[in-house]
Design a protein around this ligand. Structure first.
Ligand code: DC
Length: 221
């Protein structure tokens, strides 16, 4: 069993790069952000404020969250409902960001995340995989890019979808999210001491994927 932990800030291309690497290596790709999003979604559905830690803690025992891999793709289930698409809205992103700062939520998801890596080889991405969830991962990568590069990529994605957006505004939001993720008290985003750094600021997506795969192969062969 081999485990690869990939952490980094929002918008660095983690999920695209991690998914592509997992596919080439024949490993399962686990997107842990989806788990926090699912709890955020459950709060919104129940009319609970994602900032109300006591209320959020109170519903955790009612939540059965499962990841199932259907033709290699991760699907997220909440009490047997496939919520994979429903958790991708802006509202849910914000709710996920709030619930992820609640210690009981992180504790609740810890065993679930560790369980995946016990029975299969995984590429797992998130914010605290190399530092907290899988501190003994075989490979750890901290994937990052400058805030400007991440904002520009996000802007291009919006443009491709025909959505007009202000790049400076996107940059401000990215800086805000970086601050939230790195500044929170519990499991803040930080590079594990033994994590390799992959900075994709100057790289294309294809170059980033191939560097990620070479990096992983160099550590596990
Ligand atoms: O990567 P994402 O945008 O889907 O993550 C959603 C939220 O969950 C984000 O605010 C950070 C948080 N998160 C976390 O705290 N720890 C993780 N391992 C993964 C995500």
């Amino acid at each position: 069993m081999t485990s690869v932990a990939i952490d980094g800030p929002a918008g660095a291309g983690k999920s695209t790069i991690a998914r592509a690497a997992a596919k080439q290596l024949g490993f399962i790709y686990v997107d842990t952000g989806a788990l926090y999003r699912t709890i955020g979604y459950a709060c919104l559905k129940r009319g609970i404020s994602p900032r109300d830690s006591a209320a959020v803690e109170g519903i955790l025992s009612e939540l059965q969250i499962a990841l199932r891999f259907l033709s290699g793709e991760q699907h997220t289930f909440l009490n047997e409902e496939d919520v994979s698409e429903l958790i991708r809205t802006e509202e849910v992103s914000m709710a996920a960001s709030h619930v992820s700062a609640i210690p009981a939520v992180r504790a609740f998801l810890l065993d679930l995340q560790r369980g995946f890596a016990k029975t299969q080889s995984v590429v797992m991405d998130g914010r605290d995989i190399g530092t907290v969830v899988l501190p003994h991962a075989d490979v750890k990568v901290f994937l990052t890019a400058s805030a400007e590069a991440r904002a520009h990529r996000r802007w291009l994605q919006y443009r491709e979808k025909g959505i007009s957006a202000d790049e400076q505004e996107i940059l401000r939001e990215i800086r805000q999210r970086d601050e939230n993720d790195s500044g929170r008290e519990i499991a803040p985003l930080r590079r594990a001491e033994d994590a390799a750094l992959l900075d994709t600021t100057e790289l294309t997506l294809e170059e980033s994927i191939s560097q990620m795969i070479s990096l992983i192969r160099s550590k596990i062969s």
